[in-house]
Design a protein around this ligand. Structure first.
Ligand code: NDP
Length: 327
């Protein structure tokens, strides 16, 4: 039997964790031939709840689940980890300043970066879901100097999937008919869902939808979908976020399809004018377990302004975490 892949999930007792763990254990993330060993990391007060989830995982009798540990210590949780899903974060609460939010998350992602640096497996792949995801990934990467920077990623796949769904609905097509859609920048309301390169069954998306719909409906709907879900459901999106995390890691491990790309927050190499080192969303392909930013795309003037605005927000967040001494 193959050696199980060690998957560590933080914030395991949260709502995304609950929607995520059962699918990982069923093989949806790493495939039907890969056994997994789950490590659930939680804060001490949520360990008991995570143990309850572990009992339910046992009760599913998943053939691929090789074992579960519930832990409140980051060093133990990331020892030998192959795939880390950093979901637990300090959410913004009413009246909270950005500095307080970043400080609280620095207190989570710095020790987790250090623990990954100290003990994770050589092939460690990290996906940060907890917000502010891009900057949390930046903080974790900064504290893992021995891990190649390209192993730290932030999730914008949910934004990408939301954009696919909106464009498919508008054009009466199937999500699978769409290629070359991109989310640029920060996973926040400043993100830029870009369909200037997208095709629907081979036809340019810009020929199928009018510019006013793109500006007034498509971009804001994708960027503000999280708030719309909270409004409708009375709780934040969880199953769709978990699904996007599964998609992100699945694509990272198995690759993008031919003649297409996806979106992910990766460490910038300076491409498209995004300052080197920032964790920003780009159009990316995955081959052989490594992401590559799609090179050489033409960026029109309107796109340039939107990318710059979102990247400016990432620069501000970086300056803030530097000023707070978090990196
Ligand atoms: P959720 O499971 O709903 O969300 C977890 C994180 O994912 C939040 O930061 C949330 O950000 C973020 N997120 C990213 N994308 C989305 C999306 N599309 N929709 C919704 N959320 C998204 O939070 P819960 O409060 O239910 O659970 C969090 C758990 O994390 C708790 O059990 C807590 O104990 C744990 N935790 C664990 C830590 C650790 O392991 N060291 C540290 C801190 C917390 P946003 O709030 O902005 O929506």
């Amino acid at each position: 039997d193959p050696t199980p892949v060690v998957v560590t999930v933080t914030g395991a007792a949260g709502q995304i964790g609950y929607a995520l763990l059962f699918r990982i254990a069923s093989g949806a993330m790493l495939g039907p031939d890969t056994p997994v060993r789950l490590r659930l990391l939680e804060v001490p007060q949520a360990v008991q709840a995570a143990e309850g989830t572990a009992m339910e995982l046992d009760d599913c009798a998943f053939p691929l689940l090789a074992g579960i540990d519930v832990l409140d210590d980051a060093r133990a949780a990331f020892d030998g980890t192959n795939v880390a899903l950093l979901v637990g974060a300090r959410p913004r609460t009413a009246g909270m300043e950005r500095g307080d939010l970043l400080s609280a998350n620095g207190g989570i992602f710095k020790p987790q970066g250090e623990a990954i640096n100290a003990g994770a497996a050589d092939d460690i792949k990290v996906l940060v879901v907890g917000n502010p995801a891009n900057t949390n990934a930046y903080i974790a990467a900064a504290h893992a100097p021995d891990v190649p920077k390209d192993r730290f990623t932030a999730m914008t796949r949910l934004d990408h999937n939301r954009a696919l769904a909106q464009l498919a609905a508008r054009t009466g097509s199937h999500v699978d008919d769409i290629r070359h859609l991109t989310i640029w920048g920060n996973h926040s309301a400043t993100q830029y869902p870009d369909l200037t390169h997208a095709t629907v069954r081979g036809t340019a998306a810009t020929e199928l939808v009018d510019p006013e719909w793109v500006e007034r409906t498509f971009i804001p709907t994708v960027a503000k979908r999280g708030a719309a879900i909270i409004e409708a459901r009375g709780a934040s999106s969880a199953a769709s976020a978990a699904n996007a995390a599964i998609d992100h890691v699945h694509t990272w491990v198995t690759g993008t399809r031919a003649d297409d790309w996806t979106s992910a927050g990766v460490v910038s190499d300076g491409s498209y004018g995004v300052p080197e080192g920032l964790v920003s969303s780009f159009p990316v392909t995955s081959t052989g377990g490594a992401w590559a930013i799609v090179p050489g795309l033409e960026v029109d003037e309107a796109s340039r302004a939107r990318i710059d605005a979102s990247v400016a927000e990432l620069v501000e967040e970086r300056e803030a975490v530097r000023a707070l001494g978090l990196v």
